[in-house]
Design a protein around this ligand. Structure first.
Ligand SMILES: [Zn+2]
Length: 434
């Protein structure tokens, strides 16, 4: 399928129809920039997070996991620069009072009514709240706009509990919130989203080497989730556009249907964050090198990944339309490691004896793999349904199965069918999913 033929409407419609993603608060007219993940969406999302966690935390010895609180002391956000600097340029239409991001308007005209817009001002994107019963300046807190700061404030805890050798990292998956002026493009720019971030602490003198290693890590991750390399572009941020504390940033962009946009970021943030929190908290955030008997503030490389953007890229990348016998077949050619369900169990009819044997197969297979059981409508329709949600294999139990104790296995992409003995099923899938 040509990339140009894919549009977001198809993705959004499939996501809703099949229970991947719904508009947040839908029955109340929705809440802009929020999305609810349905039964299949949760599975896919968990698979993404699980793969990431295995790859970067469990399968390495040098990265520690963390799950920090979303609410943090407001001093954290002062020290990090978010209270003063985490803002977007905002303008308001003088006529209809609608607010826009200044950089997204053409010719300084309201894109709704064409009215004139007022002076540009800075709009802080953090969601503010109050902790406890008193609503004064001392009780202010924010919904975290990124997971990274939770990592920096726990740097000393990890050092004290585990005495890691540099280089080492701390990884976290969790929700973050940004009060976007203009949320857009489905999951791409939402007000509530989830991040997978690592702060990798290094000795300054090795930063170039480690940065190159992380570029490779990012490429391998992108390969692991099955995104087509042709749709990925590495963008080296020019020096004049770098954040003041960063010496190098590479964005990994993806060709979304709405255009090439940032999927992941890899940034060398120097010692900016640990230094800022050392100043802010008066607690030295340092590393002690025993061999050299010296103390220093580590520098940091930050691979930052959005869960929702990964989710969206996977949907876009795997969405396929094929012509089969004059009809359009929609298939989600998703990697089996990510598929919400690995196996669909489909009895040809609801007859009791077929149900009995099918349920027995389900009971056996579901202990090892995520299975879905479906006995409604024609078998053709059920195959299409499984194709649309990316289930790699369907097991069909028909009347012949009662006699020969065999079932039909249909493979998603090739639609090839195999007839195998029920007793061989487990072995068959163990081989497929090893
Ligand atoms: Zn207007």
């Amino acid at each position: 399928m040509k990339k140009n033929d894919l549009n977001m409407d198809k993705i959004i419609s499939l996501a809703k129809r099949r229970g991947f993603v719904y508009q947040g608060s839908e029955i109340y007219g929705g809440l802009a920039g929020t999305w609810d993940y349905g039964p299949l969406g949760v599975e896919l999302k968990n698979n993404i997070k699980g793969l990431w966690w295995s790859r970067f935390v469990r399968n390495r010895g040098d990265i520690y996991g963390l799950d920090a609180a979303i609410l943090m002391n407001q001093e954290v956000w002062k020290a990090s620069g978010h209270v003063n600097g985490f803002s977007d340029p905002l303008v308001e239409c003088k006529k209809c009072k609608k607010r826009f991001r200044a950089d997204q308007l053409e010719k300084n005209k309201c894109s709704d009514c064409g009215g004139e817009v007022g002076e540009e001002r800075q709009f802080n994107m953090m969601f503010k709240t109050n902790i406890g019963a008193n609503e004064d300046s001392s009780s202010i807190s924010y919904l975290r706009p990124e997971t990274a700061q939770g990592i920096f404030v726990n740097f000393k805890n990890i050092i004290d509990s585990f005495h890691p050798q540099i280089p080492f990292g701390i990884a976290q998956i969790g929700k973050a919130f940004r009060n976007e002026i203009a949320p857009r493009d489905f999951l791409f720019r939402a007000r509530e989203f989830e991040q997978m971030e690592i702060e990798y602490f290094i000795n300054e003198k090795n930063w170039k080497k480690h940065f190159e290693e992380w570029i490779k890590e990012m490429r391998e991750w992108i390969e692991e989730i099955g995104l087509n390399k042709k749709n990925i572009h590495e963008y080296e941020t020019p020096k004049e556009k770098l954040a003041h504390y960063s010496k190098r940033t590479v964005d990994f962009e993806y060709d979304f249907p709405f255009g090439k946009s940032e999927l992941y970021g890899l940034a060398y943030r120097t010692d900016f964050d640990l230094k800022s929190h050392t100043t802010g908290s008066n607690v030295p955030l340092e590393y002690y090198d025993q061999e050299k008997n010296e103390k220093f503030t580590p520098h940091v490389i930050e691979p930052s990944l959005g869960v929702d953007r990964t989710f969206l890229a996977i949907l876009c990348d795997s969405y396929t339309e094929e012509e089969v016998n004059g009809e359009t077949r929609v298939v989600l050619k998703i990697k089996s490691s990510l598929a919400p369900f690995k196996i669909a169990i489909l009895p040809l009819s609801k007859k009791e004896d077929l149900q009995k044997i099918s349920k027995k197969i389900l009971t056996e297979l579901k202990t090892k793999w995520a299975c879905i059981y479906d006995e409604t409508q024609s078998i053709g329709k059920r195959y299409r349904r499984q194709d649309e949600i990316g289930t790699p294999y369907c097991v069909t139990i028909d009347f012949e199965s009662l006699n020969d104790k065999m079932v039909t296995i249909r493979e998603r992409d090739s639609m090839k069918q195999d007839r195998i003995a029920i007793t061989e099923l487990k072995k068959y899938f163990e081989k497929k999913y090893e």
